[in-house]
Design a protein around this ligand. Structure first.
Ligand code: SF4
Length: 162
């Protein structure tokens, strides 16, 4: 099946996945309704440009030797299309990551992932970098919860002596 995903931008960064240099795709068309959504424009399914094998493969060629991981911010709502791209990334020797607003994802997708961020965005609890966050970042290879790696710069929780 041909991909029908769309994306608004791709960047290279080191903050989204610990110890990896990631090629990060921001996917449009999010069907979720997180309370206090921080990116409501991304709910528009016609926003951006097609994320197909051709454009994705060209990007992988461009960042070969630089990126060690591909990270999709969304896209689980088109599982067949996403799996096709995850397979392509792994075939190139890259690790794979998905940021999802769901509490759990389809096992069909999970078997193609090395890293997975789960949980809706709840403004009162904040993102991965907040101590009270409801979100979790998992290393699916080891089963370890790496959420604490995003919080190392958070203010320490202690009280000053009076
Ligand atoms: S996952 Fe939640 S916060 Fe992110 S774009 Fe979708 S509705 Fe908004």
């Amino acid at each position: 099946m041909l991909t029908s995903l769309r994306y608004v931008c791709h960047t290279v960064g080191t903050l989204e996945v610990p110890d990896e240099v990631s090629l990060i795709y921001t996917v449009s068309g999010c069907p979720l309704r997180c309370p206090g959504c921080h990116s409501s424009d991304l709910r528009n399914p016609s926003l951006g440009q097609p994320l197909d094998r051709s454009s994705f493969g060209a990007a992988l060629d461009r960042y070969a030797g630089l990126a060690s991981c591909v990270c999709f911010l969304g896209g689980e709502w088109q599982p067949d299309a996403l799996i096709e791209l995850l397979k392509l990334a792994r075939d190139r020797g890259l690790a794979t990551c998905l940021y999802s607003g769901l509490e759990e994802i389809d096992d069909r997708i999970a078997v193609h992932l090395d890293y997975l961020k789960l949980g809706p965005f709840i403004a009162a609890r904040g993102g991965l970098d907040q101590p009270g966050t409801n979100q979790r970042f998992l290393d699916l290879r080891s089963g370890r919860d790496l959420t604490h790696r995003f919080q190392r710069h958070a203010a320490p929780a202690f009280e000053l002596a009076a």
